[in-house]
Design a protein around this ligand. Structure first.
Ligand code: UDP
Length: 330
């Protein structure tokens, strides 16, 4: 299938591009490179550094490349920034998506795969999270993702768009061959920060609170390998042949892992201590978030291949060891 990967130069998008190629599909990447890295996209993959607001150009790409399905990874994802600058988030995550959807409908492209997030659930009352639980985001980032989910539902009903929205838990790890990996600027995620602290290329890791009602006092999260996430995006293709399909899936391993357990895994895998200190809680961090992904397993036959945190951290380490500064600046 000819697939337009919007945000294909970003962390999850670039891994999905590799998985699409491995599965025999033809990805075409659109990425304005605000946060993406050109080097994350294979040289021979068609690449368009276009903004979604440029509907004329996006429409041309859809037609020229005979696109059959669009995957949309392009979003701003800094929770704290979404609180201080919501305009940026609503424009980029919601308005830009509307431009994309309008182009798709205008060009007759009706299959869509959307990167959503467990942040749409807010602070859940129960764990593990199933798709039918209430969604009540506690920050504009989560709200923008929920807004798009709702837009998609109405578009499925009105225009016969078929879509799958994947609610990711904590994407982690890197390609097994070490060719691509995680590089955010600024970096805020636990695993890369812990690895960089062990490597001595960043200051000691700060643990955001150790007084949570969890077994070791630090927050529990569900870390899922980026290639496992990508495989789910491809496994859903056959479901999108039904016009108006509106599908929602949690993607996580279901295993809660604490901040201290991540630090221990990084120390074991790297063979180096992770210098750290304990600080206050980070605003908006729920004590625990982990998925029930039974729906993805049953309906898509999706099974995460990376089931231990050490195996996930090993792939991240391989990337960071070879690229301690991430991608070279273009
Ligand atoms: N965390 C931490 N120190 C850091 C970064 C993250 O203690 O420098 C904790 C954070 O509070 C959360 C977990 O690590 O409990 C995962 O955070 P991350 O930002 O990687 O992902 P999130 O769960 O916020 O999407």
């Amino acid at each position: 299938m000819n697939v337009l990967v919007v945000g294909g130069a970003g962390y999850i998008g670039s891994h999905c591009v590799r998985q699409l190629i491995a599965a025999g599909h033809k990805p075409v990447v659109l990425d304005n490179l605000v946060y993406g890295h050109r080097a994350a996209v294979p040289e021979d993959t068609p690449f368009y550094p276009t903004n979604l607001g440029n509907e004329k150009e996006v429409g041309k790409i859809l037609r020229k490349e005979k696109i059959e399905l669009v995957m949309h990874f392009a979003a701003y994802a800094y929770v704290g920034e979404s609180v201080t600058d919501p305009l940026k988030y609503y424009f980029n995550n919601v308005a830009a998506t509307l431009h994309l959807l309008r182009c798709m409908i205008g060009s007759g492209v009706k299959k869509f795969v959307f990167s959503s997030t467990c942040a749409t659930y807010g602070i859940p009352e129960k764990m593990p999270l199933v798709e039918t639980m209430p969604q009540a985001p506690i920050n504009p980032y989560g709200q923008t993702k929920l807004d798009v989910e709702n837009i998609l539902k109405s578009f499925a009903h009105a225009y016969g768009l078929s879509f799958a929205a994947f609610r990711y838990f904590n994407a982690a790890g890197a390609a097994e061959d070490g060719s691509i990996g995680e590089h955010h600027d600024p970096e805020t995620h636990l695993i890369p920060l812990a690895i960089d602290a062990a490597n001595g290329v960043r200051p000691p890791l700060q643990i955001y609170g150790d007084d949570y009602p969890t077994p070791d006092g630090t927050c529990l999260r569900d870390y899922v390998h980026v290639d496992d996430l990508s495989r789910a995006h491809i496994a859903v293709f056959s479901k999108l042949s039904t016009p108006g399909a509106a599908l929602f899936y949690n993607l996580g391993t279901g295993t809660p892992t604490s901040v201290l357990e991540i630090i221990a895994a990084v120390e074991k895998v790297t063979g180096k201590p992770v210098p750290r200190s304990t600080g206050p809680r980070r605003a908006g961090d729920p004590p625990a978030l982990y998925a029930d992904s039974t729906k993805a397993k049953t309906e898509l036959g999706w099974t995460p291949q990376f089931t231990s945190i050490e195996a996930i951290v090993e792939t991240a380490w391989k990337w960071h060891e070879a690229n301690p500064k991430g991608y070279a600046k273009a």
